[in-house]
Design a binder for this molecule. Sequence first.
Ligand SMILES: *Cc1c(COP(=O)(O)O)cnc(C)c1O
Length: 492
Amino acid sequence: MSRVRLHQTQSEALIFERSSPGKVGYQLPALDVPEVDPAALLGAGSVRDDIDGFPEVSEVEVIRHFTRLSTWNYAIDLGMYPLGSCTMKYNPRLNEAVARIEGIIDAHPYQPESLAQGMLEIQRTLEGHLAEITGMDAVTLQPAAGAHGELTGLLLVRAYLESLGDSRRVVLTPDSAHGTNPATAAIAGYRVVEIRSSERGMIDLAALEEVVDESVAALMVTNPNTVGIFESDIARVAEVLHRRGAQLYMDGANMNALVGVARPGDFGVDVMHLNLHKTFSTPHGGGGPGAGPVAVMSHLEPFLPVPRIRETPDGLRYDRDRPHSIGRVRAFYGNFGVLVRALAYILAHGGDGLRNATVDAVLNANYVRKGLEGHFDLPYDAPSMHECVFSDVRQAGKGVRTGDIAKRLIDYGFHPYTVSFPLIVRGALMIEPTETESKHELDEFIAAMQAIAEEVETDPNLVRKSPASTRTSRVDETRAARRPVVIWKDGQ
Ligand SMILES: *Cc1c(COP(=O)(O)O)cnc(C)c1O
């Protein structure tokens, strides 16, 4: 029976298909006032005609339809979400409670500053904690996400170099970089030059020495990098860049491996972003909202976006009079609700708690790595930080690729891991359990992955055709992206 119901939820019809003429979700009492013609009263232009084909359904049908649809979504509240690079961790309910405190939820960005002192204090306190955590001198909370932070960071680098009369044209990115890094550099007007990784999956110092000259504005690097390995030469990388007048940009998406343990400001980083929605919780995925604060060393501080918070005899104020600023990068003051959640997360954990989260995240990734080492190929043998990256070369011999294994994982009740990223690993399986997961959940995940590796040996077709338990199995992903069917009407 439960299977049948599951099937029923999974085969939910479109709401248009449930429609029958004349059905409504309400019933109004008879008019007890004279009827008027709305077009005469409001003007014909203000009155909407019936919407052609609009579904006519009852209240309970609407409720059930959307509730059933909501069960199609896999979520961190439902089970493990091992998406590497995305850091999908549990979002403590405390954050939500704090974000809904009356004074916070009712605050308006046009409120006079004198009446928004609490909001300014929240921003200033968060800036302070993020500066402490990163070891950097100043922080802007404006950017709306990591990629937006990258753009802000490069604009800061450009403004700084131009102030020295030294505009440069090239930004370096390692071949393991997240796609947003080269994309950001290109959008900021730089020529992107890729540098090769060493056999250990890290920046090759010799290769770097060769390419850094007076044309290079910055190197953008993720640390730990996208194969989950700490760039142990990072201080020397910074030295090479600084010696030739270039800046070191750190993509902080992987800060979940560093918080409370190592600080980018201490190993030579000039500017970096944080993804609050990764490292400091906040529900994300499906497009947001997030927040991508940028932290800088003091030489970049004059260029930060306006406004900056300043202490005055009348309390905290926004300072807009900053002649060197690159200007605004976002309306108002950033995604405020996300900032509140991040501050709640930081304060609830405290220094020791944040450090523990980091240590647990690294421990969990290494536990998964150990459990799967005998079953999947490990392309880089360096110690893993908060995520581990396997390749599908063993399974590829049986005609099964990383995407097939990921789809099969759905049948075992887990969200797939990150597939085919980073690009330097052929057929990558990128797994990031985060600190959220208990040993019990990790053991179940490892058992599922081991069972799939076994199935690849005995019945590769089963894996290639998975998932079998979902509403749709394989779709043509290219066509779905290029020619999405967003409305279904009359069978068209
Ligand atoms: C997620 C991620 C980004 C982009 O961040 P968004 O917040 O999604 O814009 C950049 N680099 C790395 C390594 C990431 O994992």
